[in-house]
Design a protein around this ligand. Structure first.
Ligand code: HEC
Length: 348
């Protein structure tokens, strides 16, 4: 979904999802089958009611959105005319939880018009007023004494004018709230080229398909830094960021060193990873490797991001443990390479 769509539409009509799922589905799942005339009539009645709602919306003066999960499309409409179509990457329906108890709302979200949508966070700038230069004096054209008035500036497009957060809600009057996200937010779908559920390759490259682009990251950083400047001076914020980026680089470097050792270990068959029918995360030395990035590198980053570094980033599962684990991997491999220790007995 493009973030710009929340600019004007206050009403949305959600069409029915394909059987059981709101993900993109091939058309064939809904076609066919209904030979039973009663089922056919019921289906036609539903389709009819839905068309009636679209007619109601088209009769109004306001912009509205039609969300069709099965087709993966969200269309911005005005008086029945399609103005712009947005792609929908994925759609999930959530229910609120109160004190760990799910409160399942039994109302249908499909085939219903959701109205009185409000942006959350609200849009700060309502509209831009451009004052044109006063017209030339009457008769000036004939005498040629006065120059043409300067033409008014070209107004920016809504996308240029309104800073749209990459993630926001549209809250409707009857309790439905839509959260618009720039990417598929379900991280369980992430897979790298090696088939592992990781957002990076083992050589440190990003799995771009599932992650923010450089520009999106830049935009998110600026948004966040703007929030810091409400309390801190720019030099404070920039200084913090510089140290934080340095920490990321440092921990990335250590993770890469550990991963290269791990790859060497796998190559020598001292541990079995997924390419040899094993699990890359279950043997002793693989767990030492996982500690490096999953725990120590993350803890160091956390402490740098949230506390500006300091003691925690060294002592609390931090830099001390990170370098110890890398050393341990190095020694472990060296001992097996030089034969000063017997390789682990092969399982029968
Ligand atoms: C609501 C005001 C406020 C905002 C917003 C805010 N800070 Fe702070 N920040 C503070 C205060 C107050 C302290 C001092 C807290 C203390 O020392 O107990 C502080 C402390 C810090 C420290 C020093 C931490 C340490 O232990 O040395 C850093 C670094 C910092 N902030 C960075 C940021 C960054 C980066 C952001 C934006 C992501 C941010 N702050 C947003 C108020 C704010």
């Amino acid at each position: 979904m493009r973030p710009g769509l929340g600019l004007m539409a206050a009403a949305v009509l959600v069409l029915s999802c394909a059987e059981g799922s709101c993900h993109k589905a091939p058309a064939s799942t809904t076609a066919g089958a209904d030979d039973d005339p009663r089922a056919n009539v019921a289906r036609l009645q539903r389709a009819n009611a839905l068309l009636q709602r679209q007619i109601d919306l088209a009769a109004g003066k306001d912009f509205y959105l039609v969300l069709d999960p099965a087709a993966g499309s969200l269309v911005l409409m005005l008086k029945g005319a399609r103005l712009q179509q947005f792609g929908v990457r994925g759609l999930q329906v959530g229910h609120p939880r109160v004190s760990w108890v799910g409160l399942r709302d039994r109302r249908r979200i499909e085939d219903v018009i959701w109205s009185k949508g409000e942006l959350d966070p609200p849009r700060l700038l309502d509209r831009l007023v451009i004052q044109a230069a006063p017209p030339a004096k009457e008769g000036a054209e004939q005498t040629g004494k006065e120059a043409e008035p300067t033409p008014p500036p070209v107004p920016p497009t809504p996308e240029e004018l309104y800073p749209v957060p990459s993630r926001y809600h549209i809250r409707f009057a009857d309790g439905l709230s839509m959260e618009v996200r720039p990417r598929e937010a379900d991280t369980t779908v992430i897979q790298n080229a090696g088939g592992l559920p990781l957002p990076t390759e083992l050589d440190g490259r990003f799995v771009d398909k599932f992650l923010y682009t450089e520009q999106e990251r830049d935009k998110a950083r600026k948004t966040m830094q703007a929030s810091c400047r409400r309390c801190h001076d720019s030099s404070w914020v920039d200084g913090h960021w510089e140290r934080f980026m340095n920490t990321i680089q440092h921990t990335n470097g250590a993770t890469l060193a550990a991963t290269q050792l791990m790859q060497d270990i796998w190559k020598r068959d001292l541990a079995q990873n997924h390419t040899k029918g094993g699990n890359p995360f279950d043997e002793f030395i693989e767990k030492v490797w996982s500690d490096v990035w999953l725990f120590y590198a993350n803890t160091i980053r956390f402490s740098s991001a949230m506390g500006g570094g300091g003691d925690y980033s060294v002592f609390a599962d931090g830099k001390y443990h990170l370098s110890r684990a890398v050393r341990e991997m190095e020694d472990w491999l060296k001992a097996r390479k030089t034969g000063t220790e017997k390789p682990p007995a092969k399982k029968k």
